[in-house]
Design a protein around this ligand. Structure first.
Ligand code: NAP
Length: 308
C-alpha cells in the first residue's frame, strides 16, 4: 500500500520531540508538508503558514497530525475532515466535549478516520497493567502526578488559558491511563482546584472519585513540585499492589516488573495507520469528561500568583 501522505500542523515541542521522529520511523507515512505560523524549517519538507495555504497548493495530502494547543484544534480539524483528510489529534482532543462529538460526526459523514490520541495509553506498562487488573478485586487507587511546570512547560502562555487546562494538561494523561486500566467506570465526587491569582487555569488540584463498587480513588495533581517528579498510579488489590511509574513506562507488580523505553508515539502512529487501513475512527472522550466534571463540581480557590 502507498504510504499515507501526512502534513504536520503546529510545529512546537511535541511535534519536534515525538511526532517527527515517529513519522520518520514508520514506513506507513511520508511527511509531505508542515503547517505552522513560524516557518519550522524541516529539511526537504515544504512549509505553509496555514492549512488554507496548504490546501491551495499542489501538495497532495491524505492525513494531518494536529499538534497545536487545544484552543485551535476544532477549527483546524474540521477544515481537514471536510477536505477528506484523516486526522490525528494530539491530546486533549478539543477544548470542549461537544466540539469533539462534532468532529466525530464530520469524520463519519466524510468517511475518514479521526484518531483522538492519548499517548500515555501506549506507554509500555499500561497494556500489562490493564490485563493484570481484569482479574483482581480493586480496593483503592491513588494517582500522584506532581511535576515542575517551569521545567516541562516553560513560556507556554496557552496552557494557562481556560482551555489550556493548566495542571490538567499533564493530569489528563493520568486520567487517560486510569480510564483504560480500571475495569469499572468511575466518577468524580469532589475536587479542589487551586488557581493562581493571575491565571485562569489551575496550578494544582485534589480530586476524589469512586465507582459502582464504592472504590476510593484519589488524585493529587501539582505543578509546583521541585526535586523528584512523580507520575505514579498505585492500585491496591486482593492480590497485592500494582504501581505504574514514569507515566506508565514502568510497571511494578507483586511478583514481576515490566519496563521499556519511550514507545508511546511509535505505538500511536502504528495505531493511526491501522485505523486508516481499516476505515475506522478511535475517539474516546472519557479523560476529557473527567476534567470537565472537575470544572463542574470542583471548588476553585485562589492561590499565590504564578510567574514563569
Ligand atoms: P507548543 O510547544 O506551544 O507548540 C504548539 C505549536 O502550535 C506552537 O509552536 C505554534 O507554532 C502552534 N500554534 C498554533 N496555534 C497556536 C496558538 N493559538 N497558540 C500557541 N501555539 C499555536 O506546545 P506543545 O508542548 O508542543 O503542545 C501541543 C499539544 O501537544 C498540546 O495539546 C499538549 O497537551 C500536547 N502534548 C504536549 C506534550 C509535551 O511534552 N510538550 C506531550 C504530549 C502532548 P506556530 O507558532 O509556528 O504556529
Amino acid at each position: 500500500m502507498a504510504p499515507i501522505r501526512l502534513a504536520i500542523v503546529g510545529v512546537g515541542k511535541i511535534a519536534r520531540d515525538q511526532h517527527l521522529p515517529s513519522i520518520a520511523g514508520n514506513p506507513a507515512f511520508t511527511l509531505v508538508a508542515a503547517v505552522s505560523r513560524h516557518d519550522p524549517q524541516i529539511e526537504g519538507v515544504p512549509s505553509f503558514a496555514s492549512l488554507d495555504e496548504l490546501f491551495a497548493s499542489d501538495v497532495k495530502v491524505d492525513a494531518i497530525a494536529l499538534c497545536t494547543p487545544p484552543q485551535v484544534r476544532y477549527e483546524l480539524a474540521a477544515k481537514a475532515l471536510l477536505r477528506g483528510c484523516h486526522v490525528f489529534l494530539e491530546k486533549p482532543p478539543g477544548a470542549t466535549l461537544s466540539e469533539v462529538e462534532a468532529l466525530r460526526a464530520l469524520a463519519d459523514e466524510h468517511r475518514v478516520t479521526l484518531f483522538a490520541s492519548w499517548h500515555s495509553r501506549f506507554a509500555a506498562g499500561v497494556a500489562p497493567a490493564r490485563a493484570w487488573l481484569t482479574e483482581r478485586d480493586i480496593r483503592k487507587v491513588q494517582i500522584i502526578w506532581r511535576e515542575d511546570v517551569r521545567v516541562w512547560h516553560p513560556g507556554q502562555a496557552w496552557i494557562w488559558e481556560p482551555e489550556g487546562l493548566g495542571v490538567f494538561d499533564p493530569g489528563i494523561n493520568a486520567l487517560s491511563i486510569a480510564t483504560h486500566i480500571l475495569p469499572r467506570p468511575f466518577f468524580l465526587t469532589a475536587a479542589t482546584l487551586s488557581v493562581p491569582a493571575n491565571r485562569a487555569a489551575p496550578i494544582a488540584a485534589d480530586l476524589t472519585f469512586t465507582d459502582g463498587a464504592g472504590t476510593p480513588i484519589t488524585m493529587d495533581l501539582d505543578w509546583r513540585q521541585t526535586g523528584p517528579q512523580s507520575w505514579d498510579i498505585i492500585v491496591e488489590t486482593d492480590a497485592g499492589t500494582l504501581r505504574l511509574a514514569r507515566g506508565g513506562a514502568d510497571l511494578f507488580l507483586p511478583d514481576s516488573t515490566h519496563s521499556d523505553g519511550d514507545v508511546e508515539y511509535a505505538g500511536l502512529y502504528a495505531h493511526f495507520a491501522s485505523l486508516v487501513a481499516a476505515g475506522q475512527s478511535d475517539v474516546d472522550v472519557a479523560p476529557l469528561r473527567h476534567v470537565a466534571d472537575a470544572n463542574l463540581r470542583g471548588t476553585r480557590i485562589s492561590v499565590e500568583a504564578f510567574e514563569d
